[in-house]
Design a protein around this ligand. Structure first.
Ligand SMILES: *Cc1c(COP(=O)(O)O)cnc(C)c1O
Length: 366
């Protein structure tokens, strides 16, 4: 039931704040045959086969199938934190895990950003930041991106109660080099600076290497994109232990068991299979470069991407019309009807076959 269909009479039972909320709108998940979904940045490849093996093993523990689910999971998800710490070359005390990085981000907002001063984020960025800002009643200054859609470091020198940006940025795919991130960290010693690295595994460089140097840095990652586990809901934050401790306080005031037994087991298996991870990330990068070449050939302009999607516009055709025409032939891409980016399409990297189907259709449209 969508909100518009609920009368104000019935809405009287809601908390007043809930009536004014503007929730995040996820990319749609339509159920159409032969649909090619290139709109939510899911992986076109399956997760490591070790993930399903590990989950099945949990289900078969304790004689009766599924019997292990009687018991609460480890509230600290220690096995998962250890596997992540080992893969990231961090200590377990530098790792926080949550039910998807969207939940981790919510805890980050609660733990660090509820300040008198405004928080800063780019005017074009992940659309959950404004949603959480409203949810937590924060003052916000949206810092404009530079004309080439890169992050403008000089905009983050003003007084603030915290800074967050995605790197590579969403929905542009543009990557900010680590030396620029260091400038932001150094200019804001009394603010927490959050780098949301949902897409960093596709050719970017992670800021985790800066964690030991900066006591105000939080790096956030997810298994949803590069590990093909959007359905398992595992997100993580990396920082020095004093910041992780704040996140644990928030988490334990909200939900003691955000990571279920299947997510813990599947997550461990994914992080232990480094070879598979590297191979699928590289395949995604190769496919991205191929798609960029094909689109450029058709006259599209593509922003430089280090993500598993590209952000593109055509000088002669309106993005909204291209998206509508693709939809008619069962291909879904993402269009944001927002200032500055309304003529762009965000297209998720697919398999070679999927991309060839897309490019063939685009060739007919353009
Ligand atoms: C996909 C995405 C997330 C959320 O990932 P989940 O772990 O699936 O909740 C967070 N930040 C950005 C920038 C994303 O694109």
């Amino acid at each position: 039931m969508t909100t518009e269909h609920i009368s104000s009479h019935l809405q009287r039972l809601w908390s007043p704040e809930v009536r004014t909320l503007e929730p995040y709108v996820p990319g749609e998940q339509p159920k159409i045959d032969n649909l090619l979904k290139l709109n939510t940045n899911e992986s076109p490849f399956p997760p490591s086969p070790k993930v399903a093996e590990a989950i099945i093993k949990v289900l078969n523990e304790h004689a009766e199938p599924g019997n292990s689910l009687r018991l609460y999971p480890d509230p600290d998800a220690s096995a998962l934190k250890q596997a992540i710490a080992a893969q990231q070359q961090l200590s377990v005390e530098q790792v926080f895990v949550g039910n998807g990085s969207d939940e981790v981000l919510a805890h980050i907002f609660k733990a660090f950003f509820i300040q008198d001063k405004p928080i800063l984020y780019p005017d074009i960025s992940y659309s959950f930041y404004p949603v959480y800002s409203q949810f937590f009643n924060l003052k916000v200054i949206q810092v404009p991106l530079a004309d080439d859609f890169s992050l403008d470091v000089t905009g983050y020198q003003q007084p603030n109660g915290g800074i967050i940006f995605a790197n590579p940025n969403a929905p542009t795919g543009v990557f900010l080099p680590l030396d620029k991130i260091e400038v932001i960290l150094q200019q804001n010693p009394d603010s927490v600076v959050v780098v949301d690295e949902a897409y960093v595994d596709f050719g970017g460089q992670s800021a985790t290497s800066l964690i030991s140097k900066y006591d105000n840095l939080v790096v956030c990652q997810t298994t949803s994109k590069s590990r093909a586990l959007a359905g398992l809901r595992i997100g993580m934050a990396f920082a020095q232990p004093h910041l992780i401790a704040a996140l644990e306080r928030v988490k334990n005031s909200f939900n003691s068991y955000p990571m279920d037994r299947l997510a813990i087991a599947g997550g461990v298996a994914s992080f232990e299979d480094q070879a598979y991870f590297e191979q699928t990330c590289q395949q995604t990068i190769d496919n991205r470069e191929q798609l960029v070449a094909q689109l450029t050939e058709l006259g599209f302009e593509v922003l430089p991407s280090k993500a598993n999607f590209i952000f593109t516009q055509h000088p002669q055709y309106a993005a909204m019309e291209i998206a509508a025409k693709l939809r008619e032939v069962g291909i879904i891409v993402r269009h944001f009807n927002k200032p500055k980016i309304h003529n762009f399409l965000r297209i998720t990297i697919g398999t070679t076959a999927q991309q060839n189907r897309l490019v063939a259709r685009l060739g007919e449209i353009c």
